[in-house]
Each structure stands twice: as C-alpha cells, then as structure tokens.
Design a protein around this ligand. Sequence first.
Ligand SMILES: C[S@@+](CC[C@H](N)C(=O)[O-])C[C@H]1O[C@@H](n2cnc3c(N)ncnc32)[C@H](O)[C@@H]1O
Length: 389
Amino acid sequence: MKYMGHKGKMLSVLGEILLHEGRNASSFADPFCGSATVSWYMAQHTKRPVVAGDLQSYAAMRAAAVVTRDKTIDPDMIILPWFERARKVADRIFNYFPNHIKSLQPELKEYEHIQAEVHRSRIFSAEVLPGIISKTGGVWPASKAYSGYYYSPAQAMILDALRQTLPENNDQKNIALAALIEAASKCAAAPGHTAQPFQPTESAAKYIFEAWKKDVYHYVAKAVTEISAIHSNAIGKAIIGDYKQTIAELSEGDLVFADPPYSGVHYSRFYHVLETICNGTEMEVSGRGRYPDPQYRPASSFSRKSESLNAAKEFLDLCAKKKLNVVLTFPANKSSNGLGSEDFIAIGKQCFSEVKVEEVESNFSTLGGNKIHRNPRTLCNEAIIVFRS
Ligand SMILES: C[S@@+](CC[C@H](N)C(=O)[O-])C[C@H]1O[C@@H](n2cnc3c(N)ncnc32)[C@H](O)[C@@H]1O
C-alpha cells in the first residue's frame, strides 16, 4: 500500500534490529502502525503477540487482518460468497443503468473528451445517483463522497457494495476489510497519497481514466489472496486510538517500535478516503480534496509544529517510566513538523540508560511541505534509534 513514511523498504535492516532488541520481550507494540507493514513483519517473525495501534481506523484494521489471526485461510472461502453478495447489492443500482460499464468509454484519448466524460460523471453523481441510492437502502459513503472524483461511479458503487456485505466471521471480515482498503488505495485516481483527486486538466486527465478503468473486484481478490496466506505466530491485538492505549498493553522489558509522524500536516488529510471506506459511514465532504469536516479527521500533536517536541518528550517519558525498550525511526534532518532525529536522541538521553543510533539511506515522501526539499520524494538519511531502559 502507498503510505507516507512506510517502512517496507527498510525492513531488511530494521527487522533485524527489532528481532534482536525484542529477543527477551513478551510482547511487541507498533503504536503508530500506518500501513501495518512492520506489525505484519513482526507478527510473522516472532513468537510474541503483536499489539498494533493507530489513530486512524483503516491503519489499525489493516494490522488486525494479520496480527489477530494465527492460521492461514482459504481465500476462496472469502472471495466467492462475498463477491456474490456484493454483486447482488450493486445490481440493485446498476439495474437502473444497464450501460454502467460502457458509460466510461475508456477508449477516449483526447483530453477534451475525457474532461467532458469526467464532468458528465460528476453531474450524474451529484444529481442522479442520490435519488437512486435513496430508493435502494444501505449506506453508500464512497458513492456519495467520491464518485466522479477518486473513483468512477461504477467503482464507487462496487466499493460500497463490498463494504456493506463483508463476511460475518471475524477473521474473514478483517482480511476482507484490509483487502478493500488496499484496493481502494490502488484504484484511487489521485497522485501519491490521495489527499486530492486528479483534476481533468490537459496533463492529468489521462490518469483519471487510467485509475477509473481498474477493476475493483480484481484488486480486492488479489489482496485477499495475499493477506489470507500470511498469519501471526501468536494472537495479538489491534487498537484504534492514541499510542498510549497501545503502550498500556505492554509490561516491563517489552519492545516498542515507534514511527511517529514527521509531517506537519495530519495524516488524516492524506488518507481520509481510506478512513471513510473503512468506517463505512456516509460523510458530508467539501473542498478540492472532498474532505470530511476536520472534526471527523483524527489529529495528532506530532503533526502540530508547536506541540511536536512536547509530544516526543511525553512519548519517550512514558516508555521509559514503564521500563520498555524502544526502537524509533525518524528522518535525520528537520522535518516539516519541526522535529529531527537529534531531538529524540537528546530527549532519550535524559530518560533511558542507553541510546544507540544507526543511520540508513531512505527514499521518503516530503508531502506535507518540507521546507528544505521541494521534491515529492527525497533521498535522506533515516535514523534508527535504540533506547534501552
Ligand atoms: C510515519 S506513519 C507510520 C508508518 C508505518 N510505520 C508504516 O510502515 O507504514 C505515522 C502514523 O502515526 C499515526 N499517528 C499519529 N499520531 C498518533 C498518535 N498520537 N497515536 C497513534 N497513532 C498516531 C498516523 O495516523 C500515521 O499512520
């Protein structure tokens, strides 16, 4: 999954360090789990339960799909009955529009034609779709908020139909929801991290159709197959909430992997589409990004420049008081939230008995307005800091 600051590429080094530092721990926590890459890795590579957490529900639900299950599952047990249920629900709307797939005319190449088609889809989504939806019942958050923007009308309805018909069995439901989130991320007509949809301008119009042509069922099935093939060695937990709730699950000597935000813009601004789809709740949206009101988007003190240093201090103090060991990753240079790895090192030296630092080269996203680098992706040094209590 595309995720700002996602640690997949660092796992060859980071994974070794985590396994080593956690060798005597009874549990492992990933309280800022994001894409859940690190939670999944630790769940598969240790015999200890993993407790994952994040302020955003879609992140915690991605983690839950693996950390709370200790067996593989046959993906066809999920895919076949689920897709059958979803197709029935989607057909209640599609039956009104027998040409819904053709309506995209994907062979259009001229940008003026694409622009006209996008415009037509937006009018249809705003003026026709709500009336049909109100006759069919059910909740249609993606169709109401994102149809004609991040998704074609057909894609948005399929995403909603899949969300409405998730399996009942808990393990299957977690896998299905995580797969739906991944498919929603991969099909979104948006650059980078889905903060805003592509607009039908001369240069970007072709990307809208490229995304709108993607078969949602295909992406969901692929993700279900991949996720159901992996499992944890010990049953863990996934928590939607502040890192303190996740840390509260740990005991003295346990290991925390900390990857707090470095962006001065809240993560929920970038990933609101995934959050809406995960929650399955209809939202009023506004602005170019079609954002839900800020009161519905989780905010973090790590992403407020005036509060980030205190947030870092409070986090490390809490871990030290509980006698936890921490492995923390953070860009070496000052980031857009005002923090750099040096800040964590200086704080850690006050409250941990040992602080060790390694730097690795990392290609990280500066979305969120890093003042020094304007490139969307920049090579930088990422520090891996080990705090031993
Ligand atoms: C740098 S990202 C984590 C990336 C993740 N390690 C990965 O590999 O994908 C930081 C995450 O912290 C979450 N977050 C921010 N403030 C938080 C808080 N106070 N408690 C829990 N999670 C928080 C954000 O929602 C975001 O998903």
